[in-house]
Design a protein around this ligand. Structure first.
Ligand SMILES: [Zn+2]
Length: 63
């Protein structure tokens, strides 16, 4: 199963399979698992992805 991870530092994303390392390739920080399925994420266009990432990071900051 593939999952979407988002870096809370720089906002970059990775598609990660089960039990795979999920550190950010840019800043080497642990990434946060995004609450979205791989299938749904790849169905997004560029703008929708950017919007989704922005909203998710805002939500994490608010907690
Ligand atoms: Zn990063």
């Amino acid at each position: 199963m593939l999952r979407i991870y988002i870096c809370t530092q720089c906002g970059s994303t990775r598609i990660v399979s089960n039990n795979h390392d999920s550190s950010c390739l840019v800043c080497n920080k642990p990434m946060s698992r995004a609450p979205i399925t791989y299938e749904k994420y790849i169905g997004f266009d560029r703008t929708q992805r950017e919007e989704f990432i922005k909203n998710w990071l805002n939500k994490l900051e608010g907690e």
